[in-house]
Write a protein that binds this ligand. Structure first.
Ligand code: ZN
Length: 284
């Protein structure tokens, strides 16, 4: 299993961690897109980050991490579902070359959307003010959830890796003072982690390297895979928003409406009958 997400906790503390490595799913996400190197790299970080964030979902659903900016990458996004399906994309970023995060995503906003299968969609937005995606995510968690969070991300064209530490809501066993001490101690140790270590070490070795003096408990890893959530029905529903008139005029001109999914390159084609059916009142 190369693509995985694994939870770990520190005994007698209110701190948990998540660690993820994406190999095949990352390569499938960037394949056929011909992204510049810096874009593929950042998309890997977005994908790893969305995966880490999906581990915080307490219900079935999807979490989307999206950045919009006036920089070299106008739009980049990654999506991870509670059942560990991933997809991601960058748009209009063919000329991106900068190694500088703030040039790639100048005047940017980070939009985090939580979309439960049942219930209300929730969206949080923070300005992209950090020097990297990790800093922006840490700011987001502090602002929106008041939870101390640290995130480490790395990507090297072959794989995307991420680790997150997060304070859990206070428990009764741990005093406020102890909480703070634990957090300082555990996060300080993780600050010694380097990107090459994050990319190369197996999870257990990596956690041993950082925390061999702590009581760390690792959970069973979950497998992850690239899978696009597009379908004929979803594509039709998206088309519906264009309105019947617009769709009819395309059919008249081109004979059919052709749609390519930008995430997975799946091709959909709809003729006049399919479009007419879309606007027929349904019987109950
Ligand atoms: Zn698709």
């Amino acid at each position: 299993m190369t693509d995985q997400l694994q939870r770990f906790i520190f005994d007698q503390t209110d701190i948990r961690g998540e660690i993820t490595r994406l190999d095949t799913s990352y390569q499938e996400t960037i394949s056929n897109h011909h992204y510049p190197e810096v874009v593929a790299h950042l998309l890997g970080e977005f994908l790893a980050a969305a995966t880490l964030l999906s581990a915080t979902l307490k219900f079935e659903g999807t979490i989307t991490l999206q950045a919009r900016s006036e920089g070299e990458i106008p739009l980049i996004m990654a999506e991870a579902s509670s059942d560990h399906k991933l997809r991601g994309i960058a748009r209009e970023a063919d000329n991106a070359v900068s190694e500088d995060f703030t040039k790639l995503l100048t005047n940017g906003q980070l939009i985090i959307t939580v979309d439960p299968k049942q219930g209300q969609r929730y969206q949080g937005i923070v300005a992209l003010e950090g020097n990297n995606l990790s800093e922006c995510l840490e700011a987001y968690f502090l602002q929106s959830e008041q939870l101390s969070t640290r995130v480490w991300l790395a990507s090297d064209q072959q794989q995307a890796v991420g680790m997150m530490l997060q304070e859990l809501p206070p428990s009764e066993q741990v005093s406020a003072e102890q909480r703070q001490q634990d957090w300082q101690h555990i996060s300080k140790l993780a600050e010694t982690l380097t990107a090459p270590e994050l990319l190369s070490l197996p999870f257990d070795e990596l956690l041993y390297r950082l925390y061999h003096q702590e009581q760390v408990r690792m959970f069973e890893p979950d497998a992850l895979a690239f899978q696009c959530s597009c379908s004929e029905t979803r594509t039709l529903n998206a088309l519906r928003t264009l309105g019947r008139e617009e769709l009819d005029s395309i059919i008249e001109e081109a004979g059919a409406i052709e749609v390519n999914c930008e995430f997975c390159h799946q091709h959909y084609s709809f003729d006049g009958t399919a479009i007419a059916q879309l606007f027929e009142p349904t019987l109950h």
